[in-house]
Design a protein around this ligand. Structure first.
Ligand SMILES: [Zn+2]
Length: 397
């Protein structure tokens, strides 16, 4: 690198960072004016105005009407340039995928469930799914497709766009899913872990006052996504929120899928409930069976579900004390069971400092089963915007 090029790069990188945040907030609908942007970003209004001006010059942001403000002059409403775009998204499960069309701001349409055989491996399973997403794209107009987002039931290396060490996705390790999608669709694509998708999806539709939250996915496995200062928090190696492998006393030496023993997952997940109820002579083979029994008020299943909620609540309490969020959202199929949610909630109130629980919301995800799909679409729209920003400013990828 020459001496001359150094300052320019620095300038471009700085511009990109704030611009990306501005685009994110406008795209998610959390901010619509320069004043709201400055408040949410904690940045000087003059800096925000400068950035918005640059984005407008590049055609990435446009002004659209005004809103009146209390005692002040009307404020210009901002929107993303070309905001009539959409993303197609899919949330992959073991045997099915949920698919849909995601709009800027968290809108979701054309949701359906299609067969998807994860166990067949990516080369066999992905083409069928891509055909479904392409049909949705044609319906809504190919020229308005901005990106493709996939929620994966396993750890994801987001830098390279591959799934890593997926215990429940044999044959997928290191397969370049993102590159495969970008080749096929000719737009930016994103793959993300399912709990992270749910955290971002739910965050998108919550009031702007909630900037710190924890989303817990309680299904066959347990996953957690963390939102800090309004953004997904990944941690140093992308493993932030891995509470499922916290050791709990009650799990003793039960072997876990991670190779260790005594993890939360072995006593509080859907898979654990299947094992526990089978050990008590019940004929259940899946998390759905367990949920079915609990919904039928089967006493044994209800007891087991409540106990699982307590274990989860105990581990969550330590994290909630540490992190002090505005909200804990419960998603996944176990969160449809009232005894489970009630047990988590009571453990949090019991195990947390009153200052921490004073304004803490403990709720089922308002998007329900759609949270992951909305999040996957939001990731895709964000990546498309970042891509457009780099193209417009000539910044390095
Ligand atoms: Zn484990």
């Amino acid at each position: 690198m020459t001496e001359k090029s150094a300052p320019r790069r620095k300038h471009t990188a700085g511009f990109s960072l704030l611009s990306e945040r501005v685009l994110e907030l406008l795209a998610s609908g959390r901010a619509a004016t320069r004043t709201e942007l400055a408040e949410l970003l904690g940045a000087a209004p003059s800096t925000v105005s400068l950035t918005v001006g640059q984005l407008m010059a590049h055609g990435l942001v446009a002004e659209e009407g005004t809103v009146s403000s209390a005692g002040g002059r009307p404020r210009k409403v901002l929107r993303i340039g070309g905001s009539d775009g959409f993303a197609v998204a899919a949330e992959l499960g073991g045997r099915h995928a949920r698919v849909g069309v995601v709009l800027p701001g968290g809108g979701l349409t054309d949701v359906s469930t299609v067969p998807f055989a994860t166990a067949d491996g990516p080369e066999a399973a992905l083409p069928g799914l891509a055909a479904v997403l392409e049909a949705l794209t044609e319906q809504h107009g190919r020229d308005r497709l901005r990106g493709v987002g996939l929620s994966m039931p396993g750890p994801v290396d987001v830098t390279s766009g591959v799934v890593t060490l997926p215990s429940r996705m044999p044959g997928w390790n290191r397969f370049p899913v993102r590159a495969w999608l970008e080749d096929r669709f000719g737009t930016p694509a994103v793959i993300e872990n399912d709990a992270n998708c749910m955290a971002v999806g739910e965050h998108t539709v919550q009031p702007p006052g909630r900037q710190q939250s924890i989303m817990v996915k309680t299904g066959t496995a347990i996953g957690t996504g963390v939102i800090a200062d309004g953004r997904l928090y990944r941690g140093a190696t992308g493993a932030a929120g891995e509470i499922t492998h916290v050791r709990v006393e009650a799990a003793h030496d039960i072997p876990c899928s991670c190779g260790n023993t005594g993890c939360l997952e072995t006593v509080a997940s859907g898979a654990a409930l299947v094992r526990i109820l089978r050990g008590r002579g019940q004929e259940v083979t899946s998390t759905e069976d367990v949920v079915g029994r609990a919904l039928d008020a089967d006493p044994e299943a209800t007891r087991a579900v409540r106990q699982a909620g307590r274990y989860l609540g105990q581990v969550l309490a330590a994290n909630v004390n540490f992190f002090n969020p505005d909200a804990v959202y419960l998603g996944g199929i176990l969160s449809t069971l009232e005894p489970f949610v009630a047990a988590v909630r009571s453990q949090l109130y019991e195990g947390c400092h009153p200052l921490v629980t004073k304004h803490l919301a403990i709720e089922r995800a308002s998007l329900g089963a759609d949270a992951g799909l909305v999040g996957a679409g939001q990731f895709a729209l964000q990546r498309a915007l970042a891509h457009a920003l780099r193209t417009a400013t000539g910044a390095p990828p």
